[in-house]
Write a protein of this length. Sequence first.
Length: 227
Amino acid sequence: MKTIKQKPGRMRRAVRSVAVLLCVLAAYVVLSDMKLTPRAAIRMGEQYYGIYEPTHTVAMQRMRIGWQNYRVYLTAGENSLYCGAARLTPSGWDIIFMGDAISCADGESVHVGNWCPGSLNKIIGQEIIFGRVDDPNIALLTIEEWGGRDWTKPGCENEKLRRLRTVTVEEFIEDGGCRYFLLDAREREENARSYAAEKGVLHITGYDAMHREILHREIEIGANSLL
């Protein structure tokens, strides 16, 4: 007696098709370094800077960088801070320009980093300021950025250091007994001209609740970066 083979039903064929598509997508994500979650993309940026210690997300803000919107993350470990941006693409989450990371192991009471995403965005003044404050007496922080290159006049760069902008930090992010900040410096700068502060210096001043100066330090831009 001849056995008649039944064709798979529509539901079974649909399930098989979906399974095949998921396998193909997973293989593509693995091979292309795309990630299935934004936090996984950010983790790739952390490891680029040698941060392999456990980290957690302190803050996430949606910011416009260049011509696109991104999720900008601030993550923290015991001795490090990382700032990076992730975006969703048709093949998964990707990280932009690998972000920036600073060390918090120098024993200072304030740690500050500044990230300019990509050379083009340096020209148009895009900059993100981030950091951690360990001194509980600091109620307000001002960050003056001094630099020497005026990118609005190509070929006529003035190497003399001058104040480019002042960022005031009045609101801190409380997390795990520490205070952090993550700011789009373009929204808080005094001078809207486009500068890049390569070879510049950050002048950091801390004030107590009575607006008395209790901290002042200078950090050469990039000196505390993990690269």
